[in-house]
Design a protein around this ligand. Sequence first.
Ligand code: ADP
Ligand code: MG
Length: 218
Amino acid sequence: MLLRVTDLVKTYPAPDGILPILQGINMTLEKGETLALTGESGSGKSTLLHLVGGLDQPDSGSVELEGQDIGGLDDAGRAAVRRDKVGVVFQQFNLIPSLSVAANIEFQARLSGRENAEWTQDLAARMGLSDQLSKYPEQLSGGQQQRVAIARTLAARPTLILADEPTGNLDEATADTVLELMLSLAAETEAAMLMVTHSERLAARMSRRMHLRSGRIA
Ligand code: ADP
Ligand code: MG
């Protein structure tokens, strides 16, 4: 089992008490599985992704990655897990403006010690970015920047890819192409993927789906 989430609970403080966000989530993900996460805005999808990626801590419950409870780790330990195992793609690109496209793509792989020039070039080519490598993020369209962000995540060969509406800023045809590419690259590297999407069409391409309603699996 790659990922096991058990009785995960998350609340936020609110002016009139506490706001329950996740109310006991249980889920598992096997190596190589792709899971589409759907749910209305505010249902807790992004919160769940943050907890699974060790970017935030739950009130109670556990997240185990390859048998390791990441809740038991300190900040440095969680950072190491993120660096070594988890790749995150958000809707905002978060590219580094002062680095070229090539350096942006290599950035995460370099941090995790998995830099591989051939793999980087291959990814860039398949993302349609070969002619953009020496440019800077501001010189690219939104869709191209999104593809750079995805390539940067995949370049580090994460075991688990967490994607929060990764194609939300792309037109339908480009979103399809990019997701197809993410799925085939995930399959090649045997990575599992948990992806938030509002698109029924994209959700249908993934091996499983899960729907959140008011902080619970519906
Ligand atoms: P989704 O991604 O499904 O749209 P989120 O996980 O972003 O939902 O948010 C779930 C709920 O938690 C929303 O009601 C949101 O307003 C609330 N929320 C998210 N982050 C915070 C925070 N840092 N403080 C207080 N409330 C938050
Ligand atoms: Mg969200």
